[in-house]
Design a protein around this ligand. Structure first.
Ligand code: IMP
Ligand code: MG
Length: 177
């Protein structure tokens, strides 16, 4: 596959996978005193697919898991500010939700989904992100778990796309770094 110009590897697949193992252990421990039947993992499609898959396997918890389709970027490299949630959250009856996404950018997507879950009666939402553009979204939402903090640069690969492309790259790539 031809890579976009001025792009380079930010985290290679081995680094990503070993960090996911560490975070999965932290998540697992955080639920140690909980009834597993009360917990559901909700991951945001499409971007979080490889992250959620690796995390779920490594957590090794017998909990429900479901994807929810959301979109805010369309074909652009900037959030549209309008988060569309394509799947209903209404039938999520879990008391505790582990919300998993590929990246915390402006925080709008996660905040929108958390608000809907809470208004539907979910008591606890913990968040887990592969990446956090912490400098950009300072203070807007403190993730319970995150694998890597990154600068405010557009990234792609390991599930993250540029207008629908490059999701299948095993590494996380960055422009212009
Ligand atoms: P937020 O609502 O601004 O936090 O953006 C969250 C969503 O935007 C993520 O779930 C990603 O799908 C997408 N996104 C944000 N930043 C990037 C990026 O650098 N590369 C690819 N997708 C991104
Ligand atoms: Mg996404």
């Amino acid at each position: 596959m031809k890579l976009p110009p001025n792009s380079c590897v930010l985290f290679d697949s081995q680094t990503i996978l070993s960090r996911i193992l560490e975070i999965a252990e932290k998540v697992r421990k955080s639920y140690a005193s909980c009834n597993l039947g009360e917990i559901e993992m909700v991951w945001l499609a499409e971007g979080a697919r490889p992250f959620a898959g690796a995390l779920f396997k490594a957590m090794n918890l017998d909990i429900k898991v479901r994807p929810i389709k959301v979109s805010s970027y369309g074909k652009s490299l900037e959030s549209s500010g309008d988060v569309k949630v394509y799947d209903s959250l209404d039938d999520i009856k879990a008391k505790r939700v582990l919300l998993v996404d590929d990246i915390l950018d402006t925080g709008l997507t996660a905040k929108t989904v958390i608000a809907k879950l809470k208004s539907n009666g979910v008591e606890e939402v913990k968040t887990c992100f592969l990446l956090n553009k912490a400098e950009k979204n300072k203070g807007c939402l403190n993730p319970d778990f995150e694998c890597f903090e990154i600068p405010d640069k557009y990234v792609f690969g390991f599930g993250l796309d540029i207008a629908g492309e490059y999701r299948d790259l095993p590494d996380i790539m960055v422009f212009d770094y």
